[in-house]
Design a protein. Structure first.
Length: 554
């Protein structure tokens, strides 16, 4: 059924074992003419009488034109979810956790699928089968391989989120602890004690300096990756997030008399929004109550605040609102926006100078036609990231889904620490990197919930790398030269030189500062041995075509 709907083609077909190829070829002979064109994805529910259970199958479009996200949470009860966007999964879990303490507001594992891939097939199956103790949840890919993760093997979270946040004791002794001390203490604590420690950081805040310190500390607990022992990353991150919300909720509302640099804006306060008293004032906007888009949307509220002179804006409790950072106007340098929660589509699209920091995963279509500025995402990004981008610096700690940087021009400079599923930099037209043009650095690394940095199985699993590109470059970390010519479609390997290293090194240094991915300890190390950059990175440039090659006239 899966192969009939999403036939495995091109390079992925050749990478399959011969037995699979024979089987799939027979299926394609019978069903290829009936395979639907993209963009689409299917979610199929079926009974499984042979196993006396049920199955939910997610099948992804092989052309990567439609996003599909999978998630898995294992706790008192296990749950698997399939949706078109991560924000839908977050909303589902948030709702479940609010009414049923067996569930947690965030999944332990999220992932995107690449349709027809030879590695996992791009299709995943959640199965419920009856056991003596009840129903058991399993999750396998198209080839029957069980989905696993270091986080899923840790003890399940046994305390409801509301109990952790509202009913735990708040010992005053932890409020003065430093970030290194808290990070060192967490692996030694059980779930209840960890909740007490983190939640206590919202108490005893008496002035703006204390707000600055606690927000910085909790943001680091949320963003950074460090050893957690038996604690799950989803648990610590959600507790840090909820504690940040408590601090932001306690700030002085717009329109009240206060000497604090911080002001809180809720949707009902928008008509009374006033300019900041000082340039360093911070506006915290509670996203709850704002529409997803339109005149009453969060994005319009941000535009209004910027127009009144606010230059430090914190958005929190986000629940999928779109276009954050869009519509601000030309040359927004000096504006910084921090985003907490489940951000929505089109974030940072059309940005022209501002900086946006996303403290978690981002969604689809973000940073489209971005011109200038800086985007930092402490997680993954979704489909069609930076479509039609014209410039900016962007740093992504995790992976990009399908079709990132299509039709990018000008001077976009991007670091993706994970990988991209397919169609990276299709129709890239970003000039000569050595003369102000754009480029993408693809590191092919992964960071688990305890901060361990390792190489992914392949730095780039798909085909169509640099398809139809006419400018720019891809710098890919590939010490074993796993990337082959057959994965390029309009690109060619050229020597990676010391001059190339000098070009990309400042961006990798900033990447290290942001995410802790060290140049010396991680990026230049392979198999436990350190190598020079020219032995680690490879460079891909567009193939020169006759139509674009100058012709001498006699």
């Amino acid at each position: 059924m899966i192969e009939a709907l999403a036939p495995t083609t091109e390079r992925d077909f050749t990478m399959l074992p011969e037995e699979k190829q024979r089987t799939y070829r027979r299926i394609q002979i019978s069903h290829m003419q009936g395979s639907p064109d993209g963009p689409w994805f299917f979610i199929i529910g079926r009974n499984d009488p042979a196993e006396n259970g049920f199955r939910l199958i997610g099948i992804t479009d092989t052309s990567m034109l439609r996003p599909q996200v999978f998630a898995l949470q294992r706790g008192k009860e296990s749950i698997g979810l399939i949706a078109s966007e991560k924000q839908a999964i977050d909303a589902t879990l948030e709702s479940l956790a609010a009414e049923d303490g067996r569930f947690w507001p965030k999944a332990d594992k999220y992932w995107n699928a690449r349709g027809g891939s030879h590695t996992d097939g791009g299709a995943f199956m959640f199965s419920l089968t009856k056991q003596k103790s009840g129903m058991a949840l399993g999750c396998v890919d198209k080839f029957g391989k069980e989905i696993s993760d270091s986080e899923l093997s840790k003890p399940p979270i046994g305390i409801a989120i509301e109990d952790m946040v509202t009913k735990t004791a708040k010992p005053a002794t932890t409020r003065s602890m430093t970030l290194p001390a808290i990070k060192a203490a967490l692996p030694k604590l059980d779930q209840a004690k960890a909740a007490e420690l983190i939640c206590s950081l919202a108490d005893g805040i008496e002035n703006d300096d204390a707000v600055d310190k606690r927000v910085s500390l909790l943001t680091s607990l949320l963003d950074d990756r460090y050893p957690l022992g038996e604690l799950r990353r989803s648990e610590v991150s959600e507790l840090a997030l909820r504690t940040l919300y408590r601090i932001f909720d306690s700030l002085s509302r717009i329109g009240t008399d206060s000497k604090s640099r911080y002001r809180l804006l809720r949707s009902s306060d928008v008509p009374g929004l006033k300019p900041p008293e000082k340039r360093d004032c911070v506006l915290a906007i509670d996203s709850a109550g704002f529409a997803a888009e339109g005149d009453e949307g969060l994005s319009r509220g941000i535009v209004g605040a910027y127009g009144l002179g606010w230059r430090r804006i914190t958005i929190y409790r986000m629940a999928g609102q779109r276009f954050v950072g869009s519509g601000i106007g030309k040359d927004s340098r000096g504006l910084r926006i921090d985003v907490y929660g489940s951000s929505g589509d089109y974030l940072a699209s059309g940005l022209d100078g501002a900086e946006i920091y996303v403290h978690g995963n981002a969604q689809d279509q973000i940073a489209q036609i971005i011109n200038r500025g800086k985007l930092v995402v402490y997680g993954d990004v979704g489909q069609t990231f930076m479509y039609g981008a014209k410039g900016s610096e962007s740093y992504i700690r995790g992976n990009a889904a399908g079709r990132p940087l299509i039709n990018a021009v000008g001077r976009p400079r991007v670091v993706i620490n994970g990988t991209a599923l397919d169609y990276l930099a299709e129709s890239f037209m970003a000039g000569d990197p050595m003369n102000g043009g754009g480029f993408v650095i693809l590191n092919g690394m992964q960071i688990d919930g305890d901060g361990n940095v390792t190489e992914q199985e392949s730095p780039y699993p798909g085909g169509n790398l640099f398809s139809l590109a006419s400018g720019g470059a891809i710098f890919i970390r590939d010490p074993e030269s796993k990337l082959g010519e057959e994965q390029l479609n309009g690109g060619r390997f050229v020597p990676f030189t010391p001059a190339d290293w000098e070009l990309i090194k400042p961006y990798l240094e900033e990447n290290e500062r942001l995410f802790g991915i060290s140049i010396e300890k991680h990026l230049l190390v392979h198999g436990g041995e350190k190598f020079p950059p020219t032995a680690i990175y490879r460079k891909v440039r567009p193939v020169q075509t006759t139509a674009l090659t100058p012709i001498g006239l006699e």
